[in-house]
Design a protein around this ligand. Structure first.
Ligand SMILES: Cc1ncc(COP(=O)(O)O)c(C=O)c1O
Length: 411
């Protein structure tokens, strides 16, 4: 069985610092943007680790001994094989890792859980973050469940439903007029000045540690097999890097030999990484113009890591328009029963482009990472049909059903 024995902190510029042993103090010691790379003993099998959900892999996570205190169910989300979506895409080995099935409906809940587990173990009173929405909701709800205060910085144009959820959960919410990057900077300063525990994505290395467990789950759910390709949406980048890190650790464990190709999807209106990848030029920050708030990040924190990981896995990037994301929301819901928000549906929206661009081939085993639920962004749930109004007659019901089947192409 493997355990975490040492780690490296990787800076945004790609510089690597070796650390032997880890401690919570080291994690919050102001080393800047970073991620852990754990070393595990060869022969470790993550599937054999004890505990439920994400904690099943705790021996590959920086969690000390003793019972896990975090109270919400976390991890263990389904890997869905949708017959209809396989048919629609012509991809017989297509899977959906459905991260909408978490306490607050996004993959951010994994990171929140590990951060708050550390907070509880260290008697932390206040946790903080900046977020375009999902991290904020996740931390607000998680902190409420733990009895810890959450201070949240969001861009002023944050989604109304997400804002309500944060406030409902009792978080102190601060809207920052100049957008996400400004909110991020302010939250960093405030955490330092007031001594809060900073959960910021790409800054707190525990976020990548937690999110890597999705790779372990995919591997296990496929019968301990690594898929050929994974496609996922990219904002700040830790979701991408965490996925790759998880598979790297499986290789380090001797559980597999290959990494999947990982394809990142960005919005056409906010594609700093995709553009840098295409042009070979440095990442330049942009002003985000997209409805997909989760990936509306003009200056990605983990840019260097993501570009390195894309190179090392043989992956790449594609971009999608807002219209394509909204269409993908409809197809995912009607074809697969998966309700996603724009940033969550972006990966599926980009799949056909990844195939036509030669990044993924139709016969490959491919996993689409669906990162966030549509229930928190109801304004983007746009059905193309309407509910029928009938009186109390079976004939009318029959006529409606017939019309509905025709519209869905089922007859
Ligand atoms: C639903 C959703 N998908 C994808 C992302 C992008 O994740 P990352 O910032 O780790 O690249 C986010 C980030 O908030 C998100 O909310």
């Amino acid at each position: 069985m493997g355990t975490v024995t040492s780690a490296t902190l990787t800076g945004v510029d790609g510089s690597v610092e070796q650390i032997d042993g880890w401690s919570w103090g080291t994690l919050t010691g102001g080393r800047g943007r970073s991620s852990w790379a754990t070393t595990t003993s060869v022969g470790c099998c993550p599937g054999a680790c004890s505990g439920g959900g994400m904690w099943r892999y705790r021996r590959l996570l920086p969690v000390g001994e003793g019972e896990v205190r975090y109270p919400l169910q976390i991890g263990g989300t389904p890997l869905v094989a949708s017959p209809r979506l396989r048919e629609v895409t012509g991809m017989g080995r297509l899977w959906f890792k459905d991260e909408t099935r978490t306490p607050t409906g996004s993959n951010k809940d994994r990171a929140t859980a590990l951060v708050l587990e550390q907070a509880l173990r260290n008697g932390v009173g206040t946790v903080s973050c900046a977020s375009t929405g999902n991290v904020a909701v996740s931390l607000s709800v998680g902190a409420a469940a733990c009895g810890v205060r959450a201070v949240i910085f969001v861009p002023a144009e944050v989604s109304e439903t997400k804002l309500r959820l944060m406030l409902l959960a009792g978080a102190a919410v601060i809207k920052v007029e100049d957008g996400y990057e400004a909110a991020f900077r302010l939250s960093r300063e405030a955490a330092k000045a007031f001594g809060w525990y900073d959960r910021n994505t790409g800054v707190n290395p525990l976020t990548i540690e937690a999110k890597k467990t999705v790779a372990f789950e995919i591997w296990e759910q496929l019968g301990r097999r690594v898929p050929d390709a994974i496609i996922l949406s990219v904002g700040d980048g830790p979701t991408y890097s965490a996925m790759v890190k998880g598979f790297r650790e499986l290789v380090a464990c001797g559980a597999t030999e290959k990494l999947p190709r990982v394809v990142g999807v960005q919005a056409e209106g906010c594609q700093p990484l995709a553009r840098a990848w295409r042009t070979g030029s440095p990442v330049r920050s942009v002003r985000p113009r997209t409805v997909a708030d989760g990936i509306a990040v003009g200056a990605p924190v983990s840019a260097a890591l993501v570009l390195r990981d894309a190179r090392e896995t043989g992956g790449g990037f594609v971009t999608v328009s807002d219209g394509e994301m909204l269409e993908a929301i409809g197809t995912l819901a009607s074809g697969g029963g998966i309700v996603a928000e724009p940033a969550g549906a972006a990966a599926f929206a980009g799949l056909s482009k990844a195939v036509s661009g030669g990044l993924i081939s139709e016969d490959e085993e491919t996993v689409v990472h669906v990162t966030g639920t549509g229930l928190k962004n109801p304004q983007y749930l746009r059905p193309t049909t309407e509910a029928a109004i009938v009186r109390a007659g079976l004939e009318e019901v029959e006529a409606v059903l017939e019309m509905n089947s025709t519209e869905r192409g089922l007859v």
